[in-house]
Design a protein around this ligand. Structure first.
Ligand SMILES: [Zn+2]
Ligand SMILES: [Zn+2]
Length: 154
């Protein structure tokens, strides 16, 4: 066990690539595109819930600050030339290297390949839904639909 803060700060602000929570809908443990109401000192306000987006399937959820998972294990970045070792929750499925920002498998997936396959299926079903929505848009408005299809960020 290692003793580190629940999350890192960069220039006095919370680094949300180091804030780990569990999605209540699919159970994935990852950092999750948080939005928050900062306290006067610019830090996370413990009296307000975090608003999070599951990285795996876009699930939106809120979580109290107390639900931020302790980083009780370490991960070593697998990007060649980085190799940074950083704290993560032992149960993390997907982790982000704070040095180079590469998303990669966390300890839970590394030690349990069945978990990776389970998440691949959840993500696949999510993307099927996104594609179906895009098809609906394209059929309704062919010009706009084509633009959405050509933009991989949508
Ligand atoms: Zn989820
Ligand atoms: Zn790295």
């Amino acid at each position: 066990m290692i003793n580190v803060p629940a999350y890192d700060r960069v220039d006095g602000r919370p680094d949300f690539d180091t804030v780990y929570t569990r999605c209540p809908r699919c159970g994935v443990v990852a950092t999750g595109g948080a939005t928050y109401q900062p306290a006067p000192d610019g830090d996370i306000d413990p009296s307000r819930d975090l608003e999070l987006t599951c990285q795996l399937a876009g699930h939106r959820y809120t979580a109290p600050v107390a639900a931020i998972l302790p980083r009780d294990a370490t991960s070593t970045c697998r990007r060649p030339g980085c190799g940074h070792t950083y704290p993560v929750p032992a149960g993390a499925d997907e982790v982000v290297c704070p040095a180079c920002r590469l998303h990669q498998d966390g300890p839970a997936r590394t030690t349990n390949p069945g978990r990776r396959e389970h998440h691949r299926q959840i993500y696949g079903a999510y993307m099927d839904g996104v594609r179906a929505q895009l098809r609906t848009l394209r059929d309704r408005d062919p010009g706009r639909g084509a633009r959405l299809f050509s933009d991989p960020d949508r």
